[in-house]
Structure formats: structure tokens, C-alpha cells
Design a protein around this ligand. Structure first.
Ligand code: ADP
Ligand code: MG
Length: 599
């Protein structure tokens, strides 16, 4: 047989490599920002049009490139950052693979202007699909400006897979925030479709975090600081009472690089043990510095995972440091981790053991800063009988709220029975059906919203007084990009400012008290997964609304409400699955029930 192997032409190889490096506009943003940082810039500007689909431009005041370098920078494996494999073990730059510019130039229209400080004139290069279109000398400021236009213009399949502008903007803002947070010593600005989204001055870490997440962040931060041989830790955690329903503001940086680490995340969360309200997540901004030799840097360029040599020790140090800082800045007695354990013993008893002890400040060890009601503190009135009586009382009260199978006869007449404030049980011809109340209600609301969104019949209610909700500027940008869709479901906006939005009308299905929550969750839920062919941005919005508004587990429902829920569920187009893909109900046939009792 004749030889059949050929080397791929460069532009094809570049396109293939581009598939790995450039998934979406935010990947380009990341690479260009990192190059600007590696070039020792002190000021970096990012300009976007249409969520980066039309234009991504990064302008820096860094060291620039010579004409030869400018041309070479678009070649594959062309880098000024390493010379040999050994250099990999002492990396001090973001990039080192020399792939980014070559990849980007393979799948977009790229224009670069660059000038070394000592040069009179700079270089201006245009490249399309890896081909140099023009190259000339040009008057341009010191530093580099790269614009990337019409991303994926030559790979329609990739271009079609890009998500809505809202989603792509969100990805870009996430990337921008990570880079800006990792380098507070550099000034950054971000413009989208002519709007200034961020203008960040060079500053210290605290100011940088606050200017990204909004001025309210300042009072929430507890500083973290620790220096050991293995690791230096700096940064902030948010006070426990500001923990959020959603994850989100959780950032680790290792040697100024954003990383994800479920393991270290666990260390931080465990330091908050006992301080967080159930179902909430702490915010943190933690900057770790470790010797470059102790981490595996040879990671994939787009991945954010990292391997540490001594992970266990880092875990322990991190956990202890966060715990200590929370204790130091204790805002409530519960944060006193070195609490004298005798304080946990009933008052009378401890007095007997240590009659001459110095008076101690009375600490309520179960004091919970999130609970506003005073109930729990009764348990600490030292009188034994009282606390017993109290707990008895609480128990009976609960028992009364939850009748245990008192309605047996009724279930036969196909009435429903609520179980554990979570499920509805109903008898059907063939046996029984068990319905998950929250998931079922999500399905019902989802279909309702989807209908409104597609029919575009906006059922809006005007508010008596417009409400103003504050958001970070990134969030405002997101809401703004969803404005048209939100209006089509019945939102009516009065004003957008850099840190707030004023709403004068809401969809009839969303009560005024729920508006903030619904919008916050929407921002959180905007689908960030890899797009699929059936993707529809309306779906995301309807899903999110349904999730925020559905009856929660733990809510008791009246007989009428239960019946309505069951009825509405089975009037749905697709009653059996919730919008998140989970089953909404399960039936058990009589045979299945019989078989349970066979043996
Ligand atoms: P890498 O960053 O991995 O070296 P890139 O393809 O991102 O690979 O960039 C190739 C080279 O181009 C870099 O090594 C650097 O020398 C040069 N370069 C890229 N962007 C800039 C910039 N903004 N300023 C100065 N030099 C740059
Ligand atoms: Mg690079």
C-alpha cells in the first residue's frame, strides 16, 4: 500500500488547535487580557460589541512588540515566555504555550497595532483565517492593541452554537472579574456596546474587590492573613450573616491565577461550620501564594484546576486561618471558637464545680445571628423544669401541625395527603401516585411562563411605588441585555443606573416582594453550560422563574391547594418531568404494593 500520511497545512492545524483554546468569546478575552498582563501593562482596556461576537478589543500600555515579533506572535508555538522545558518549573507568566494568538487568528479577523516604547513608529498587521492581509508601519501609542472581529466567521457551526448575548456577556464578565481581581495593581476598564461597565483604578485588594462587587461589599469583608513556609494566604471572607443563597462570590487565586478547587473550597466552608444558615454559601476572595515548584503548572490552558504537592497541609492551614480570622472579627458570641466549655454546662451545675471561679460573661452557645425570633434562647434559662416544659411544648405544637395519617378514608376518595411537607400522596385507579410538590409546581409554572414568553402577551401590573434594587455593575449589564425578554414577560423598567435598576411594573405572576429574589436567581441561573442545538434562551428564563416561585419543600398546603397542584400538574403538556429533568411524580401499581408485602 502506498503512503497515506500527510502533514496538515498550518491553517488547518491552527483551526484545530483553536477549537481547544477558543470555545467562546470569553476565551479570547482571557487570552488577550493575560497577554497584556504578561507585557507588564499598568492599564488595560477591554472593548466589546455584541457580547464579543462582533468585536473584542484589548488595548494595553505594556512593552509592545518589534515588527518581527509582531509577525511571529501569530505563529504556532511562538512565545517569548519560555526557552526550555526547565522554564516550566519556574513560570512567572500567564501564558507560555505560544498558541493563543495563532489560534485566534485562525478563526477571526484580527488586527494588531503595537509599538515598543523606544520606537518612533509601530506595526500594524491584519490577519484573517491565519493569512496575513496587510502589514505596515503605523503611528500608534506604545503598547499593544488587538481587535478580534467576527469570531468563528469561518466555522459557522461554532458560531451558531454561541449562546444569547446575555449568556456570553456573563462569561466575559466572569473572566474579566477574575483577571481584574488577580491584579489589583493594574487599572482595568470594560466597555460593552458603548456603555462603561467597569472602570477600576489601580488599588489594593480590598478596594478592588469592593469596586467590582459594589460598595456594600466593604462592610461584609473579614480580612484573612497568614504566612507559613508552605503558603502565604491573603484576602477576605464575607461575614457569615452575609452568606448567600447561591454560590457565586467564591474565588481562589493561586500565584495570581484564578483556580477552582473543590478541596480547598471544602476547607473554607468547614471553617464556617455552625455559622451559616442552612442552605447558604459563604463568599470568599482568597489569594494563595505557593512556591512555583510546588504546583503542577503544566495544565491545560483553558482549565482552572491545579495540582498542589502538599494538598493536605494546605487544607489544614487554610481552614485554621479562616476560622481564626472569623473568631478575631467575631461579630457574635457564637464565633468564639476557644469558648470555655464549662459555659455549655447548665449554670447551676458549673457553679457547684467551681464555686470560686471568676465571673464569666454569659454566652449563649446556640445564639444564631440569622434567627430573629427569640425562641431558642429560652432553652438557656437555667431552670431545668422551664426548659423541659418549653421543649415539650414545642414538640406538641409540631405534632399538632402534622396529623399523622388521620385521613385514611379520605385518600380512598382520591383526595390528597401531604407527607412531610414535601410530597403529595393520592390514590389512583391502578394504585397510588406520589408527587414531589416543589418539582411539580416548577413544571406548572415553567409551562405557564413559557406560554407567556412565546405568545408575548405581557400581563403586567403597575406598582404603586416603583422599586429600586441594587446590583453590581456586572449584574446590571446582564439585566440590561435581558431587558427585551424581561419586558415581554411583563417587567416594566423605569431606569438603569450603574448600581441599580428601578422597576415600575412586574409580571402579574410575580408579587412585588418576590421581584428581587426572582431577578437575583435569574442572574444566577442563566445557563452557563456548553450550548446544545435545542438551546432557547426563553427556556432559561422560564426555568429560573419557575424555580424561584415554586412552592418550596417544607411548606404545608391546604387540601384545596393540594388538589389544585395535582390538577394543574396533570393538565401540563409534560407533567412527568420538572424543567431540570427530574421526575415530578412516581406511581406505584397495586401489584407493586402487593409485592412489598409478599414475604
Ligand atoms: P503565549 O502567551 O503563550 O506566549 P500567545 O500566542 O498568547 O502565546 O502570544 C505569543 C507572544 O506574543 C507572547 O509570548 C508575547 O511575546 C507576544 N505578545 C502577545 N500579546 C502581547 C501584548 N499584548 N504585548 C506584548 N507582547 C505580546
Ligand atoms: Mg498568551
Amino acid at each position: 500500500m502506498s503512503d497515506i500520511i500527510q502533514l496538515l497545512p498550518d491553517h488547518v492545524a491552527n483551526q484545530i488547535a483553536a477549537g481547544e483554546v477558543v470555545q467562546r468569546p470569553s476565551s479570547v478575552v482571557k487570552e488577550l487580557l493575560e497577554n497584556a498582563i504578561d507585557a507588564e501593562s499598568t492599564s488595560i482596556k477591554l472593548i466589546l460589541k455584541d457580547a464579543g461576537k462582533t468585536l473584542i478589543q484589548v488595548i494595553d500600555n505594556g512593552k509592545g512588540m518589534s515588527t518581527t515579533d509582531a509577525r511571529l506572535s501569530f505563529e504556532r508555538h511562538a512565545t517569548s515566555k519560555i526557552r526550555s522545558a526547565e522554564d516550566l518549573f519556574q513560570l512567572h507568566t500567564k501564558g507560555f504555550r505560544g498558541e493563543a494568538l495563532a489560534s485566534i487568528a485562525a478563526i477571526a479577523h484580527v488586527e494588531m497595532k503595537t509599538k515598543l516604547d523606544e520606537q518612533e513608529l509601530g506595526t500594524h498587521i491584519k490577519i484573517e483565517g491565519s493569512k496575513v492581509i496587510s502589514q505596515e508601519m503605523s503611528a500608534t501609542p506604545s503598547g499593544t492593541s488587538i481587535s478580534v472581529k467576527n469570531l468563528f466567521y469561518n466555522i459557522p457551526a461554532r458560531r451558531n452554537f454561541l449562546k444569547s448575548d446575555a449568556v456570553e456577556t456573563r462569561h466575559i464578565i466572569d473572566e474579566f472579574q477574575r483577571v481584574a481581581m488577580a491584579h489589583s495593581e493594574i487599572a482595568f476598564s470594560l466597555y460593552h456596546n458603548g456603555n462603561e461597565v467597569y472602570r477600576l483604578q489601580a488599588s489594593n485588594l480590598r478596594k478592588r474587590v469592593v469596586s467590582i462587587f459594589g460598595s456594600k461589599m466593604n462592610e461584609k469583608l473579614v480580612p484573612i492573613e497568614e504566612e507559613t513556609e508552605l503558603i502565604t494566604i491573603q484576602g477576605f471572607v464575607a461575614k457569615p450573616e452575609f452568606s448567600k443563597k447561591k454560590r457565586g462570590e467564591q474565588f481562589f487565586f493561586v500565584n495570581n491565577r484564578f483556580i477552582k478547587s473543590p478541596y480547598l473550597h471544602h476547607a473554607v466552608v468547614s471553617a464556617f461550620e455552625g455559622l451559616l444558615e442552612q442552605g447558604t454559601h459563604p463568599s470568599y476572595f482568597l489569594y494563595l501564594k505557593v512556591p512555583t515548584k510546588s504546583i503542577d503548572i503544566n495544565i491545560h490552558p483553558t482549565k482552572t484546576e491545579i495540582k498542589f504537592d502538599d494538598e493536605k497541609a494546605l487544607y489544614a492551614i487554610l481552614r485554621a486561618t479562616v476560622k481564626h480570622s472569623l473568631g478575631q472579627y467575631s461579630i457574635a458570641p457564637v464565633l468564639d471558637f476557644n469558648r470555655d466549655s464549662t459555659l455549655d454546662t447548665p449554670y447551676e451545675f458549673s457553679k457547684k464545680v467551681a464555686p470560686a471561679s471568676t465571673p464569666k460573661i454569659s454566652v449563649d452557645p446556640t445564639f444564631n445571628p440569622f434567627k430573629t425570633e427569640q425562641k431558642s434562647s429560652y432553652q438557656h434559662i437555667p431552670k431545668k423544669e422551664t426548659s423541659n416544659w418549653e421543649s415539650l411544648y414545642v414538640a406538641t405544637e409540631e405534632a399538632q401541625q402534622e396529623p399523622l395519617f388521620s385521613d385514611q378514608q379520605e385518600t380512598q376518595t382520591s383526595k390528597t395527603l401531604q407527607i412531610q411537607k414535601k410530597y403529595l400522596l393520592s390514590s389512583i385507579k391502578s394504585g397510588i401516585v406520589l408527587i414531589h410538590q416543589n418539582l411539580a409546581h416548577q413544571r406548572i409554572l415553567f409551562e405557564e411562563f413559557l406560554e407567556k414568553l412565546t405568545v408575548k402577551e405581557a400581563n403586567s401590573q403597575q406598582l404603586l411605588f416603583p422599586i429600586t434594587i441594587s446590583f453590581s455593575s456586572a449584574e446590571i449589564e446582564m439585566i440590561y441585555s435581558l431587558k427585551a425578554d424581561l419586558e415581554s414577560v411583563g417587567f416594566d423598567f423605569e431606569e438603569f443606573t450603574k448600581e441599580s435598576v428601578t422597576i415600575k411594573g412586574t409580571p402579574t405572576t410575580i408579587s412585588e416582594s418576590k421581584v428581587t429574589e426572582v431577578l437575583e436567581e435569574l442572574l444566577e441561573n442563566i445557563n452557563l453550560d456548553v450550548p446544545d442545538a435545542n438551546y432557547n434562551p426563553m427556556d432559561d428564563m422560564a426555568k429560573s422563574f419557575a424555580k424561584s416561585l415554586a412552592i418550596k419543600t417544607g411548606t404545608s398546603l391546604s387540601q384545596k391547594e393540594q388538589e389544585n397542584l395535582v390538577h394543574n400538574l396533570f393538565s401540563c403538556k409534560e407533567p412527568s418531568v420538572a424543567p431540570n429533568g427530574k421526575a415530578t411524580f412516581k406511581t406505584l401499581s397495586l401489584e407493586e404494593i402487593d409485592s412489598i408485602f409478599k414475604n
